[in-house]
Design a protein. Structure first.
Length: 507
């Protein structure tokens, strides 16, 4: 589609939320300040070889000290909502026990400043930064961690419940299990393969306990969970490829969505007790996990092409977003991730296939007839950015045309798919949050995968809005002008796309 700002604005239904997203560990820095305790990610990132070029999250975007500057950029962008996460280690350093007042104060100031600038807060309770004492006690392999998340929700509800409009309990449990416990590419660095299944259940139980705690506190904000979704596409018409894609679909999508939305695990997972006797969910657990939601969060980035057998040669890391590790060619592997032929890819090697956004939404609508309202809680792309300095000026410009196109195409596809007559018209799509607001520490990839609308110079901490930032600003302005009945000419403030700093070049 590559919608212009006005074209995309015309597709936005009334009340549709346009927002941006980040997470605490990726942007805050200040890891040892004001009573924050260490998290499992602090320790993992400090191990040589864990992060690209051994880069450190110790400072990152320095958001902890520069938060007002960042909120001012959000206000200038014009977004409706900001999705951020609460650092568990900053608020409750030991993962249990009393709260750290300095940590609470930071998020108090953030939330109040957002509201003062007309930006609605969406707070994520758990975005991967498990307090170190809990990680050392087994992390999500230990059922007790689920109860500790429930306790943390009590603290968060008491401190912020009167002002947070939307809550996310757990972010991407699939990525935590796959990368952190099955493959060892993320914290806590365990490579348990199928024996990692208890970490799935305990995260989902933690979601249920956190939801229960928030509801018991009578928070007025809506509550949901967020998981990544990738349509699984057979590499060929070979029946074995279709079976392999089906198994990947269960492992990455349905394993997490079915318990929450249907109250049961997929049938094939019920044989999991063969691998782990601790994976035997009780009916009481399933009732907690499948409590009704106010919304369901979907993180969408790409489809996945799946073939039977171990495959040949190197492939992009795909679902296991690490440092280019080869997921194919492993002797005895039942299936592999293959590259889509003749397809543009991001800097991560992820295929750019916006049409599969429609497929993802249609599959969700078909599988879950009682699906609550949906937010795309993350969507975006990493591309290598080029900073341009026009001759004779001190200006900095980042013409990130490919990121701009990615966002235009994916947001437009989601809106078209959920319109009357669309492939996923049954879905009540309420909003789209761009990942990410600014370049940040991208987990095992360090600072090598910039997703941001705002460029961050990690040596000077200078923030520079990219062309994609100005394009989204234009979309929001055009929407506002249209809803106010202003002439179209007034809905088009000058942007990078229209000036000498426009995205005329490529990434």
């Amino acid at each position: 589609m590559n919608a212009s700002a006005n074209d995309l604005a015309s597709l936005l239904p009334p009340g549709f939320t346009l927002g941006v997203a980040t997470s605490a560990f990726q942007i805050e820095g200040a890891l040892d300040e004001d009573g924050r305790g260490p998290s499992g990610w602090d320790v993992f990132a400090a191990k040589p070889g864990s992060i690209v070029e051994d880069q450190s999250p110790a400072v990152s975007c320095d958001h902890y000290h520069r938060m007002p500057e960042d909120v001012a950029l959000m206000k200038d962008l014009g977004i409706d909502s900001y999705r951020f996460s609460l650092s568990w280690s900053r608020i409750q350093p030991g993962g249990s026990g009393p709260a750290n007042s300095a940590g609470l104060d930071f998020y108090d100031r953030l939330i109040d400043l957002l509201l003062a600038n007309g930006i609605s807060p969406m707070a994520t309770l758990y975005h991967w930064d498990t307090p170190l004492p809990l990680d050392e006690a087994g992390g999500w392999m230990n059922r007790d961690t689920a109860y500790r998340l429930g306790d943390f929700a009590v603290i968060a509800a008491a401190a912020f419940g009167d002002r947070v409009k939307r809550w996310v309990t757990v972010n991407e449990p699939a990525t935590v299990t796959t990368n952190g416990y099955a493959l060892g590419m993320h914290a806590p660095g365990q490579a348990l393969m199928l024996k990692a299944l208890p970490s799935v259940h305990h995260q989902l139980l933690g979601h249920g306990l956190a939801l229960q705690a928030l509801r018991a506190a009578k928070v007025p904000g809506d509550i949901g969970i967020t998981n990544v979704y990738s349509p699984m596409v057979p590499a060929t018409a070979n029946p074995l490829d279709k079976v392999s894609a089906g198994l990947m679909d269960v492992a990455q999508n349905r394993l997490y969505a079915d318990p929450v939305l249907l109250g049961k695990y997929p049938d094939v997972i019920r044989a999991a007790t063969f691998f782990s006797s601790s994976f035997s969910p009780s009916s009481e657990d399933m009732e907690l996990i499948s409590q009704p939601l106010d919304f369901y969060g979907l993180n969408y980035y790409m489809p996945t092409l799946v073939g039977a057998g171990p495959g040949e040669g190197a492939v992009p890391p795909g679902m296991a977003e690490a440092m280019g590790d080869d997921l194919s060619g492993t002797p005895g592997a039942p299936f592999h991730i293959a590259p889509f032929p003749d397809t543009e890819t991001t800097a991560y090697g992820w295929p750019v296939k916006p049409e599969y956004m429609s497929v993802a939404l249609a599959e969700m609508a078909d599988r879950y007839p009682d699906l609550p309202p949906v937010y795309i809680t993350e969507g975006g792309a990493s591309f290598e950015d080029v900073v341009v300095h026009p001759v004779g000026t001190d200006r900095r410009m980042i013409p990130d045309e490919r990121r701009l196109r990615y966002l235009a195409d994916h947001i437009g596809t989601a809106l078209e798919a959920t319109r009357p007559g669309g492939a996923a018209e049954a879905i009540d799509l309420r909003g789209y949050y761009v990942w990410s607001f600014m370049d940040n520490f991208e987990w095992s990839a360090g600072y090598k995968q910039p997703f941001g609308l705002v460029h961050v110079d990690f040596e000077t901490q200078v923030r520079t809005p990219k062309a994609s930032y100005y394009w989204l600003q234009e979309v929001i302005a055009a929407r506002s002008a249209a809803s106010a009945g202003e002439p179209e000419s007034l809905a088009q403030p000058e942007s990078l796309a229209q000036s000498d700093s426009g995205p005329g070049g490529r990434d």
